[in-house]
Design a protein around this ligand. Sequence first.
Ligand code: C2E
Ligand code: MG
Ligand code: MG
Length: 653
Amino acid sequence: MQRLSAAMLGDLLAGDLRVFGGPSTIEPLAGRIRAEQVNIVLRNTLLGMLANILNAATVVMAVWGSPDQTKAIVWASVIIGAAGFVGLRARTSFRSAKPRSVSRRTTQNLVRNAFLFGTWWGALPVLFFGGATSAAQVVITCLSAGMIAGGAASFYTIPIAAIAYTLPIFVGSALAIVWVEDAVNLPVAILIVSYAITLFRAVLAHASEFTQRLILQAESENAIRRDVLTSLPNRFSFNERLENALVDAKQFDQHFALLLFDLNNFDEVNDRFGRAIADALLVEVAARLRKSTRESDGIARLDGDEFAIIVTCDTRPDQIRFLAKQITDGMRTPFIIEGREIYCGASIGITLAPTDGLDANQLLRCVDTALHRAKTLGTGSIQFFSANDDEVATRRHALERDLASALASDQLWLAFQPFLDLGSDRIRGFEALLRWQHPTLGAIPPSEFIPIAEETGLIHSIGHWAVKTACLAAARWPRDLRVSVNLSAVQLKNKVLLDGILETLAEAGLEPRRLEVEITENVLISNFEETISLLRSLSSLSVTVALDDFGTGYSSLTYLRKLPLSRLKIDRSFVQDLLTDADCAAIVRSLVELAHELRIEVTAEGVETSDQLDYLRRVGCDEVQGYLIGKPVRVDDIPGIAAKPFGQKQVLQ
Ligand code: C2E
Ligand code: MG
Ligand code: MG
């Protein structure tokens, strides 16, 4: 009970409206409310103190020449001194930046000061009213009434401060009136009490309305800063925090780090398990992120599976790396969502301010680049931005921007590289390979722009164009030549791919058996079942399927058995070392045998020398491709190449 009342008194003195039946608040919000309350009081303080000084001087003038003159001078000096001191302090604090939060202590001090001033003004009628002339009594009454009204108005945001200030003046005035024996005392006392009640009610109503408005404002501000799904701060809040960190970095030379991370296979989770599970996963990720970080780390969900953290404490690179490691370690354990075990590692990119820059956009670019590098290094990687990245990033952004219009402005074209059939020594077909002739940067290799096309989604339109252009070209070739088109993993996820291919074949008038699609093993890792069903549909229409770059990915023999494959393309790296590395030779030999057992043809890629060709012939390889046979050429050069039989040592250029 005792503790309760002590707590209540503390709340009361801290300006808490709950004591008066006002709304209850959590401490951070209460701190904000106190800040607004105190700021408004401070705004009026300078004028209020000036009024104190003038009024005290008026009292001295009113009793000048009477026996109370000296007492009045002493009384007024205290008020003038204190008002001068408080006024000057209020002026300086008003000039400095407004605090966003104010402690209970500050409000309590303010209430105490209000009480001291009120008490001193309350002493005025007690000390001087009885011995004053009627004129001086009128002055004292007016001044007391004025101070009550002015005080209530100045402290209207903090009712307890208003009470602390006005109550002693009411009491003092009442005592003075009672002591002067007069018939009108009773009605005057009743008047004073009813004024007091009216005044307090007005102050309380104002304060209550003011606080409610602040709470509503804080709630709506909070809502626009929160991510609905994870309850983490959202991009809006992140941007504000970043701006604040930048201001601190510029003004006070404070360092900070920006970390960006995303989940390595979130899109697959989304595709495979659906939106609800993907959302539940994000909620779990947010929870783990909260666990691996500290209160002071500004975490936010920016978009989809992209999260950012602004670190302002312990910003040495080793400390930041440690924090990042905690996060990646936290994400490593499988997530259990609705009974399913989901593995979803994260990679993190990091940029440091001011080292990498003091501009929000620049830092965001840096951290994005660092994340990109981290992702290419695999799950769990942590990468700091490095100055070298800058050039790479600038080029990447330029390519990203220009690729969008490359197709429309005829900068993309297809090169065709021949396959040689080792049984007949004749050209059996051509592989279509994308080329991009950039107007200023020259030829951009597909290894550079295809990943960009995949990330931006442009691969769908570009890939469709490639299939169409290849089919239209092949339709004009002799009927025993096929055309091969590469399909990337991203394209295979697109449900309309199959229809697009069928339409294109019909439009070009190309027999489906003359089209081959090349896929790589990484296509299969992410969406095995869906890819199989798509490939089955294609092969049921007689479109053939080749597994490209075999041996470079997570080569699994399961693929050979389960996929409707017609061809296996042994990667260039095996062919290169064929004659110098006995293991390579053994792998190629066994692969050819194994594939033949499974009725799959074998094409060796990257054949550059006739010795390699001879070896491949000896081990029974069906087909070869490489610079020895022919480099990728323009479509116009194909008729000449296709017509010539491939003789001994004859190399097509
Ligand atoms: P890939 O499908 O394995 O294509 C073979 C790559 O090896 C081609 O590089 C080709 O020019 C190169 N090459 C062929 N013979 C030799 C040789 O004897 N020696 C050497 N050193 N290299 C040889 P390119 O054209 O740069 O293509 C690289 C990759 O880009 C392709 O690998 C393919 O994965 C991808 N790509 C190309 N065009 C397309 C396309 O239309 N769509 C998709 N999704 N990917 C494509
Ligand atoms: Mg290929
Ligand atoms: Mg290949």
